[in-house]
Design a binder for this molecule. Structure first.
Ligand SMILES: [Zn+2]
Length: 305
């Protein structure tokens, strides 16, 4: 299969695991004049007036941001990259913009957006995990930001990633689209759900499909994946060959679902506004899965079953 990359899935950094445990080197790298810093504020990112989010030490100092709490992301092209948490509003001329909008507007080359996903996920993990899950004590940041250690029970805690399956469900020349209760009007997408403990991604795809839509899934193949940093999901795009088409929608989970002809998916992907549905935006892996299915841009759907 020709490779199609979802936004946030390309990350050029060498993550430098060998450096993370070397505190002296970590401290030195944070103060290098050519190091670059990504400032994350929840689901927003801080940029300069030109929407550049890769800020140098001089810019940090000018706007009163301290690099002390920085997390080492890695190295690319001789430059070291760090992430920093910032609270409150950006000081002009720095701007605050939602990461979704930043990605939609492609303010960085697509080949760099994985760095944003990495920074956002790890920063928000630190914010939401200040205490030890075993004894409740305050934990301390360690290993250049890739661990939190408990000084009381000595347990080590690592940034978590939550696996999600998102399914292109097909039956012949039709695919299943659904809409969540929180979706924008008329927006439909692929069904998705979290993988549960002790479950393969193939079984998770079949289970979610049956739970949400009452459709029985048959063969399942992996298509592609995407880090989705809201806050730290890993979206795993799967192709499910449905064995049945009759819908039994769980309206607690979905507002609606229906089968769509491939020809209408092609029209919708091409911006046809006369259809009763619109598809997800370009930053969503669901759109990539549909593009692959219809063969847009020469991409061929070949999944390993
Ligand atoms: Zn503890």
């Amino acid at each position: 299969m020709q490779k199609m990359d979802a936004i946030f899935s390309q990350n050029p950094l060498d993550r430098l695991d060998q450096v993370r445990g070397d505190k002296a080197q970590f401290e030195w790298l944070k103060q290098c004049c050519d190091s670059l810093f990504i400032l994350i504020s929840g689901t927003d990112i801080i940029t300069d007036a030109q929407f550049n989010c890769l800020l140098n030490l001089e810019q940090l100092a000018t706007y009163g941001v301290d690099q002390q709490g920085a997390i080492l992301l890695g190295k690319f092209d001789g430059i070291h990259y760090f992430a920093l948490n910032v609270d409150g509003d950006a000081k002009p001329p720095l701007n605050k913009i939602s990461i979704r909008d930043y990605a939609m507007q492609r303010h960085l080359p697509e080949a760099m957006f994985g760095i944003i996903a990495q920074a956002t996920s790890v920063i928000n993990w630190h914010k939401s995990h200040p205490n030890c899950a075993c004894c409740g004590s305050d934990t301390l940041i360690a290993h250049s930001g890739w661990r939190r250690d408990c000084p009381n029970c000595e347990r080590q805690h690592f940034p978590r990633v939550d696996p999600v399956v998102i399914m292109l469900v097909t039956y012949g020349e039709q695919c299943l689209l659904g809409r969540g209760h929180q979706f924008a009007e008329n927006r439909y997408s692929c069904l998705a759900g979290f993988v549960e403990s002790g479950e393969t991604i193939e079984d998770a795809a079949r289970r979610e499909l049956f739970e949400e839509a009452g459709v029985i899934g048959g063969e399942v193949g992996y298509m592609m994946s995407q880090p989705w940093p809201f806050p730290s999901n890993l979206m795993m795009g799967m192709h499910v060959h449905a064995k049945t088409q009759r819908l039994n929608i769980d309206y607690n989970e979905l507002a609606d679902a229906f089968w769509v002809d491939k020809s209408d998916v092609i029209k919708a992907l091409n911006g046809d506004e006369s259809l009763p549905f619109i598809l997800p935006p370009s930053i969503a892996i669901a759109r990539n899965l549909l593009e692959i299915w219809v063969g847009m841009d020469g991409f061929e759907l070949v999944t390993k079953v």
